[in-house]
Design a protein around this ligand. Structure first.
Ligand SMILES: [Zn+2]
Ligand SMILES: [Zn+2]
Length: 271
């Protein structure tokens, strides 16, 4: 059994009238649990509804994506804190730093990055207050400034809030800093299977087995051989098979260790 630790089931790309079908597809491939991430305030409710509809199979985490940092109302953290009283959350997120997309109209680049950093710190504060871990997204157009800045913020919470760098595409030296400096985790998407991203496959094959988790990030990033089609949790099996082969492990062993890692990181026994 495998856990899809990061998908966006409330996305409009999933036909919301066919929810059972997506869960059935996943189960058929041995993906028995999934964590759906609300990354915009207006989809928090829809994500928690998925978790309520499929108890024990779908769990949810909520946050605000850095691309939307400028739209967050002043009381977003209070709203999220209150939400966490009603619905058990698996983590805070997704949130993070995204320097890939340009700043929105009316914002200077530097100013918008500072706003994202402030938003990220407040997510860490909230995670600490709630006793939860945090799901981080970092993305750069070139270089690794968002990664470095997120690492610096996370370091201030080391030992109190553990981060996962989701859709990890960094090299082994970067992964090692996440493990050594932050006691953090990395999770891999279908990007690991892409022929034009050999560094990701290399990192996925190198990481210690207690540090890795698997995710689809669906509806985005379908793995090979389904690249280009809409992604869904069932497709995680292709990424799992690819990474197992790259590590020289059998699929069952990879499923076992990544499931145990996800249960611990997301506290799934208690959610
Ligand atoms: Zn992301
Ligand atoms: Zn995501």
């Amino acid at each position: 059994m495998i856990i899809d630790t990061h998908c966006h089931l409330a996305s409009a790309q999933f036909d919301q009238s066919r929810r059972e079908t997506y869960v059935q597809h996943a189960l058929r491939e041995g993906i028995d649990r999934m964590i759906t991430l609300g990354a915009r305030m207006d989809d928090w409710e829809a994500n928690t509804a998925w978790a309520r509809q499929f108890p024990g199979a779908v769990f949810c985490a909520l946050g605000i994506h850095p691309d939307d940092a400028h739209d967050a109302p002043a009381d977003w953290a209070d709203q999220l804190f209150r939400k966490a009283q009603d619905v058990p959350l698996a983590a805070i997120g997704e949130t993070g730093l995204d320097y890939f997309h340009g700043a929105p109209q009316g914002w200077e680049t530097e100013q918008f990055h500072r706003l994202q950093q402030d938003l990220l710190e407040r997510h860490f504060d909230l995670a600490e207050r709630l006793g939860l871990n945090i799901v981080l997204h970092t993305r750069d157009r070139k270089g690794s400034a968002s990664f470095e800045d997120a690492l610096a913020i996370a370091r201030n919470y080391a030992g109190r809030v553990r981060p996962v760098f989701h859709c990890f595409i960094g090299n082994t030296a970067q992964a090692m800093r996440i493990f050594d400096e932050l006691d953090g985790m990395v999770s891999f998407t279908g990007v690991a299977t892409f022929k034009n991203a050999p560094v990701v496959a290399e990192t996925a094959s190198w990481c210690p087995e207690n540090r890795i988790m698997l995710e689809t990030d669906s509806p985005y990033l379908s793995p090979e051989p389904l690249r280009g089609r809409m992604n869904e949790p069932a497709h995680l099996i292709h990424t799992a098979r690819f990474i197992a082969a790259a590590r020289g492990m059998n699929l069952e062993d990879l499923a076992h260790v990544t499931t145990r890692n996800a249960e611990t990181f997301y506290n799934l026994g208690k959610v």
